[in-house]
Design a protein around this ligand. Structure first.
Ligand SMILES: *Cc1c(COP(=O)(O)O)cnc(C)c1O
Length: 376
């Protein structure tokens, strides 16, 4: 018999999503606009306290529009977390700007404020900073915000993985001049695919909606004074989002419980540490990660292979952007004399199955499979 597949993080649907979709069908709002889109924006703005929100086709689209609205032009430099998914920095290149990657700190795995400060010493004219809250752990976003202000740079928070995570009681994604969220299939809530751009500035959010719908001027005919995009979220997809949002806090609680269970289960294995939490924050624990001690005889790939044998999905930590062939020419700022914090985490870390539908038996199987490799 084939073993049951245990996923890293798959969609968890509840039924209310279909109610909102049905409404869209019944009223024939099958379009990239409509009541679900407007309501989803309002509900997200209320939930996060971000001010205003624009519903878009993807988190990547939201980052792209944020980069544009930040005024980034061809040849400008933009600082970006190195340890992240490529979607964080690709939009810098869409605008022909130049990414400069910033190393992580060990205590949150996120952008090191001291490395960011060092980057501004080298490139004082940098226009914008993209800071990621990796795997749902909040960065030291107050320090990063202060540094950006001091250097007159726009802060874009990539909160694609950290929706519902807070820092000092405030939602991640709401500290920056812009915040972005993703509703991709494996995120903490999903619309199958989608994203949201948020800001306290009502005007820039209106501008984002304008750019996302082909930049049509207010004329009776089709008139365009700017290049636009087809980035708007559909009214069907927004219905899925509205249904999911009702369960976000519940998803977060379940993700936190998974992290806690792993932490306790591996507490007696010295070579294993879980991905770090920020003591000033409350993480959504989107993905539970672990990092193996230096010199540990078990490798992350042995763990991933052993899990795969049981039909259990796991994945490596993101390979840092400064090590990617496509960004080989980009500068990288680190405090390390040799190597980098990001590379070290990449070499020693992995992401564990964090699907909230995992049963107690699934969790047991994951845990015993890993413990066995350590002779437990
Ligand atoms: C998922 C993700 C994105 C991109 O979101 P999409 O909705 O898939 O375009 C951006 N940044 C990070 C860190 C992500 O994990």
């Amino acid at each position: 018999m084939e073993k049951k597949r245990i996923f890293l993080s798959s969609p968890t649907m509840h039924g209310e999503e279909q109610k909102f979709i049905k409404e869209a069908f019944d009223t024939n709002w099958v379009a990239p606009l409509g009541p679900n889109v407007d309501a989803f924006e309002k509900e997200m703005a209320e939930y996060t306290g971000c001010g205003y929100a624009a519903a878009l086709s993807a988190g990547t689209a939201a980052i792209h529009l944020a980069v544009k609205l930040a005024g980034v032009k061809e040849g400008d430099r933009v600082f970006c977390s190195s340890l992240t998914f490529s979607a964080s920095c690709n939009p810098i290149c869409y605008e022909k700007a130049i990414p400069v990657f910033i190393d992580s700190e060990e205590d949150t795995w996120n952008m090191d404020p001291k490395a960011l400060e060092k980057a501004f010493e080298k490139y004082p004219d940098t226009k914008a900073v993209i800071c990621v809250h990796l795997y749902g752990t909040p960065a030291k976003i107050d320090e990063i915000q202060e540094i950006c202000h001091r250097h007159g740079a726009v802060l874009i928070e990539d909160a694609a993985e950290s929706l519902a995570s807070t820092f000092k009681g405030q939602m991640t994604g709401t500290f920056g001049d812009f915040g972005i969220y993703s509703f991709n299939g494996n995120k903490i809530i999903t619309t199958s695919g989608g994203g949201m751009l948020v800001s306290k500035d009502e005007e820039v959010v209106a501008k984002a909606r304008f750019l996302s719908t082909q930049a049509r001027d207010a004329a009776r005919w089709y008139q365009h004074s700017q290049i636009g995009y087809n980035y708007r979220m559909s009214n069907i997809i927004a219905g899925v989002g509205r249904g999911q949002l009702l369960h976000l806090e519940e998803h977060k609680a379940k993700k936190k419980a998974i992290y806690q269970q792993y932490k306790e289960a591996f507490a007696d294995i010295e070579e294993i540490s879980m991905n770090p939490m920020n003591p000033d924050g409350d993480a959504n624990n989107w993905l539970s990660g672990m990092v193996l001690a230096k010199g540990c005889k078990v490798t992350p790939y042995q763990i991933m292979d052993a899990l795969a044998e049981e039909n259990i999905e796991s994945r490596p930590v993101w390979k840092p952007m400064h090590l990617q062939p496509v960004f080989a020419d980009c500068d990288f700022i680190t405090l390390k004399e040799e190597g980098s914090v990001g590379e070290d985490i990449f070499n020693r870390g992995l992401c564990l199955p964090s699907d909230i539908k995992n049963t107690p038996e699934d969790m047991e199987l994951i845990i015993t499979t890993i413990r066995r490799l350590f002779g437990k």
